[in-house]
Design a protein around this ligand. Structure first.
Ligand code: NIG
Ligand code: FE
Length: 388
């Protein structure tokens, strides 16, 4: 079964060998053919081969589906009151994580499953076709395993974040909690996880504890990624580079050495501007990273505390307005950059052979994603070649 999408006014492929040969591989008056869930042909609309079915994009722009490489979708309750207090002047410290841990532990499987499903559909409607989901609001063997099992029902990109914070019952013996994470919790969680992550930050886990968690996770076959340098400068980014992490996430407070280390490595700097927006923090130094040659990704960080948005178009708009990415850099970071942060080469682009994840915009150009913030521009989404 093949599908021809034709009359695409502007097609972003993220394939430099195509179209204008820019990073976005931009074609105008384009078409693509999808066969068995994959891109089989891409080029000028007037040269397109026939297919079994035809979809007329009516001059709209089409982009690769967003790759949201950092979310925390499995949680109970919300923290709207904490947000309101923050907007009235309270600082964000991460202390509210324990509130969500209590609500998550108290929730039934059905409640959590319904909530994850709702958020996953919400993200898909906004063009997110690949999504990473972390645990981290359970913090017991049973609750972390449950979170990862539920995450695994909607994505293959699951991340064990047992080392999110030290839970209240371990407050006076954090090293015992690290031993719990590296021991029985990891053993139970590993079967449901692709990645291991740790919140390396004052008030959460120091570099030594974080290294222990990542090393244990890697020994269990998981791939490392790190929450690094969100609230203050510290050793998180350099630890991520040291262990060969796929990504260092947040990167809000970076020293020169951090930027240089990222630029010289294959570790992606994943920026989460929804968190700075919602916590009224300074935005990460994206231009310094790009100018130094680091690979930058954009992700939503969707969670009930620091960034309760599932909208990648919103993150693109923030990156352009607040971090001075060009619209092209921002769109690339939210698609191909996210794919690199997940070490995936089948998504985040629309070259021949890519998974047919396509978002059609109710706009003539991808520029409108940042130009028209807050407007629901995603009109239709194909996931694996299937309209959703
Ligand atoms: O990525 N930084 C740690 N974890 C989340 C926030 C979690 C929360 O506040 O509930 C983050 O921003
Ligand atoms: Fe996070």
């Amino acid at each position: 079964m093949s599908l021809l999408i034709t009359n695409v006014g502007e097609l972003v492929t993220n394939d430099r060998t195509l179209g204008d040969n820019s990073q976005l591989g931009l074609l105008t008056d384009a078409a693509l053919v999808i066969t068995d869930g994959k891109v089989a042909w891409v080029g000028a609309a007037d040269k397109a081969p026939d297919a079994d079915e035809r979809l007329d994009a009516a001059g709209r722009a089409a982009i690769p589906g967003f790759v949201d490489s950092h979310t925390h979708l499995v949680f109970g309750g919300d923290r709207a009151a904490e947000f309101a207090a923050r907007m009235a002047g309270e600082p964000y410290t991460g202390g509210g994580i324990r509130t969500t841990v209590a609500a998550t532990r108290a929730a039934t499987d059905e409640t959590l499953r319904a909530s994850v499903g709702r958020l996953r559909r919400e993200a898909l409607r906004q063009g997110t076709t690949t999504i990473e989901i972390k645990s981290g609001y359970g913090l017991t063997v049973a609750d972390e395993t449950r979170s990862l099992r539920l995450a695994g029902e909607v994505t293959t990109e699951t991340t064990f974040l047992g080392a999110h914070v030290v839970p209240a019952e371990f407050a006076d013996r954090p090293d015992d909690y690290v031993a719990e994470v590296c021991g029985p919790m990891l053993t139970a969680a590993a079967a449901y996880s692709k990645w291991v992550d740790v919140f390396c930050e004052r008030g959460a886990f120091d570099v030594e504890q974080a290294r222990a968690v990542l090393t244990a996770g890697m020994a269990a076959g998981l791939l490392p990624r790190v929450h690094a340098n969100q609230l203050a400068a510290g050793g998180g980014v350099r630890l991520a580079v040291e262990v060969g992490a796929a990504s260092a996430d947040h990167c809000t407070h970076l020293s020169r050495a951090d930027v240089d280390a990222l630029a010289a490595s294959s570790t992606v700097a994943t920026l989460l501007p929804g968190a700075e927006f919602s916590t009224r923090s300074p935005y990460p130094p994206a231009r310094r990273l790009l100018n130094a040659g680091a690979t930058v990704a954009l992700a939503s960080d969707c969670n009930p505390g620091s960034s309760y948005t599932s909208s990648m178009p919103f993150c693109v708009a923030l990156a352009v307005r607040e971090m001075r990415l060009t619209p092209a850099e921002a769109l690339w970071a939210a698609t191909a950059g996210g794919a690199k942060a997940l070490r995936r080469d089948d998504v985040g682009h629309l070259g021949v052979g890519a998974r047919a994840d396509v978002a059609l915009l109710d706009a003539p150009s991808y520029l409108h994603l940042a130009y028209r913030p807050g407007v629901p521009l995603i009109t239709s989404v194909l996931h694996d070649g299937v309209p959703s």
